[in-house]
Design a protein around this ligand. Structure first.
Ligand SMILES: Nc1nc2c(c(=O)[nH]1)N[C@H]1C(S)=C(S)[C@@H](COP(=O)(O)O)O[C@H]1N2
Ligand SMILES: [Mo]
Length: 578
């Protein structure tokens, strides 16, 4: 596999127009800020601000207390509470208290969730809308914190992204999804490992009894507990040995329902996984998965708020003794470790965004180290396409930085008659193709879903030349490990847009150089005259307005060496099937 440097041909001349990139986020070079709006929910045809939840929630809380207190005056309700005091009588108790591993895992969980939730909100802010349908047509969203999509001008998905404060998102700012994803996915991996170890330890000790309801009695007991809490007259507490039914149910749902749901719906948003699983592209398509992922996140936030309040109001000393010292005693043994844990989480919260902005390249490198290998594995799942004409989206979001050059305008002016695609580098037969040459080659059509890193998706029918046919014509040498696609357009921060793919991707059945979209020539907006389709990767890897393809052994000497424009400038990974 050694590449003797004496036979390396010089780069395609366009490589000289690639730009170096900063290793940190410089606001002067970043997408200018854009404020979103207070989140809104669609109720029928009206959009309702979520701020209504504050007065409504407060009113509901007060009314619930009043109703619960009145209820408790009825003898029937008293009898019910006596019969079902809040802990299922058959519920077995735990003898091992709160062992050290449980306490440690609880702390790690708290720390990890802080990163996961904040980075998750940042990812959402890159396409601040949720839908149930795969096509993301403007107006069909059910939740948004951005204004309606303007109709009088081209509005790209990047235009749509909104700024977050640095204390909320990681790393805050706007369109920082590349960095947010490293945090979200890397910490997810740690959180999942912690969760697997937790499951294993739960079931190899008696601790599972705390969480798993064993009798139907848990339901009336949960109702009884709810009435008792709501009437502000709290139920008996035996939490050293067993939880009350409401606690047990909510922990059970969090640990055994919400966590796996989040992981599954997170993975289903990946092009490689979704395209591989037929039903993943249809029933549980990306927007369904993304919406459920959000609802699951919402459950976690509610749970954390309720759980946090309960820790304080049901006996802070006893609760912190249990979870931070593992003792059942009247001492304050758990309070100091609890306070320290909160300080650690608070410090991590405070430093996460400034660190990420300052050391963006490092975050990208650590993220690549932690989860790049999983993404690499997912690349070996060959995509399948099982969609039909009926699935084609009425709207397909445009994205990216449009070409602005006299060279490009001249090509457009004569219908790309003078367009030439150069294919060279480590090949036996370098070639140049006109658009007519490409159209005379075998044509392949496919209906596929496009997955933009920002979160939107869309289905289109693409027609073009299979990449394997081009490989047959130019015959890459054994040294060629990557294909570099150069665009006619610059990227957002100046310098030419380009992207690098492994040879494996180039041999997929569904990798084509597309000159048609939905039966018509690809429009300038969507990449005319030629754009890449590589269906197991995220959208940014599909270079539009392709002018040259170069086969190389290594890409470290191109641009900032990260394997593409967004990899260099926006800290994305160059293998992005997830
Ligand atoms: N040359 C170039 N190609 C590009 C981009 C770009 O900015 N410049 N954006 C990418 C991104 S982020 C996406 S999601 C897709 C969008 O393709 P579409 O405009 O057809 O939806 O193009 C990709 N190809
Ligand atoms: Mo994208």
């Amino acid at each position: 596999m050694e590449n003797p440097s004496n036979v390396t041909p010089p780069h395609d001349p366009i490589a000289a127009s690639l730009a170096p990139a900063d290793d940190r986020i410089l606001l002067s070079h970043w997408l200018p800020p854009s404020e979103g709006i207070v989140p809104r929910l669609r109720v029928g045809r009206r959009w309702v601000s979520v701020l209504w939840a504050l007065p409504l929630g407060f009113t509901a809380l007060v009314l619930t207390i009043a109703v619960a207190q009145s209820l408790r005056e009825y003898p029937e309700v008293r009898a019910f509470i006596t019969r079902y005091p809040g802990i299922a009588q058959a519920a077995p108790s735990v003898d091992s208290g709160f062992p050290w591993w449980l306490r440690l895992q609880h702390f790690l969980n708290m720390l990890f969730m802080m990163f996961i939730i904040r980075a998750g909100i940042q990812i959402l802010a890159d396409h601040p809308r949720l839908y149930w349908k795969r096509d993301c047509t403007p107006g069909t969203d059910w939740f948004r914190f951005q204004r309606p999509v303007p109709k009088d001008r081209i509005w790209t998905a990047k235009d749509d992204s909104v700024t977050l404060p640095t204390w909320l998102g990681i790393p805050g700012l706007r369109h920082t999804i590349g960095l947010a994803r490293w945090w979200h996915l890397s910490v997810n991996l740690l959180w999942t490992i912690n969760g697997m170890a937790f499951y294993a330890l739960l079931f190899s000790t008696d601790q599972w009894r705390r969480l798993v309801p064993l009798t139907w009695d848990v339901l009336p007991n949960a109702l009884s507990t709810a009435i008792q809490y709501a009437s502000l007259n709290f139920p008996v507490d035996e939490s050293w040995t067993r939880y009350n039914s409401l606690q047990q149910l909510s922990y059970f749902i969090t640990v055994f329902v919400a966590a796996p749901t989040s992981i599954a719906t997170g993975l289903l948003q990946s092009p490689a996984i979704s395209n591989r699983l037929g039903w993943g592209g249809r029933v549980l398509n990306r927007q369904v998965a993304r919406s459920i992922h959000f609802l699951s996140f919402f459950w976690f936030v509610l749970f954390i708020l309720a759980h946090g309040v309960m820790v304080f109001v049901t006996g802070l000393r006893q609760n912190t003794n249990h979870m931070f010292a593992g003792v059942e005693s009247p001492s304050w043994a758990g309070f100091l470790p609890f306070a320290l844990a909160m300080v650690v989480v608070g410090l991590a919260w405070w430093r996460a965004s400034p660190f990420t902005i300052r050391h963006a390249r490092l975050v990208q490198e650590i993220g690549t180290f932690l989860i790049g290998w999983i993404k690499g594995l997912a690349e070996w799942w060959d995509p399948a396409s099982e969609l039909t004409e009926q699935d084609i989206s009425p709207h397909f979001w445009p994205n990216g930085t449009m070409p602005h050059s006299a060279e490009f305008d001249a090509l457009v002016a004569d219908g790309f008659a003078r367009y030439r695609l150069r294919v060279g580098g480590l090949v036996e037969q370098p070639r140049e193709f006109s658009l007519a040459d490409l159209k005379a080659m075998p044509k392949q059509e496919q209906i596929t879903t496009h997955f933009c890193i920002q979160g939107w998706s869309g289905v289109a029918k693409w027609g073009g030349v299979p990449m394997r046919h081009v490989l047959d014509l130019v015959r890459p040498t054994a040294d060629a490990r990557y294909a570099v696609f150069y665009s006619l357009a610059d990227g957002a921060d100046g310098g030419r847009y380009y992207d690098v793919h492994r040879m494996h991707n180039m041999r997929h059945e569904l990798t084509i150089l597309a000159y048609e979209m939905n039966g018509a020539p690809v429009s300038v907006l969507h990449g005319a005259p030629l754009r890449l389709r590589c269906e197991n990767e995220l959208g940014f890897k599909m270079v539009k307005w392709i002018t040259a393809i170069e086969f190389v052994h290594d890409f470290a000497d191109l641009g900032a060496g990260q394997g593409g424009y967004n990899e260099d400038h926006e800290f994305y990974g160059y293998r992005m099937p997830i």
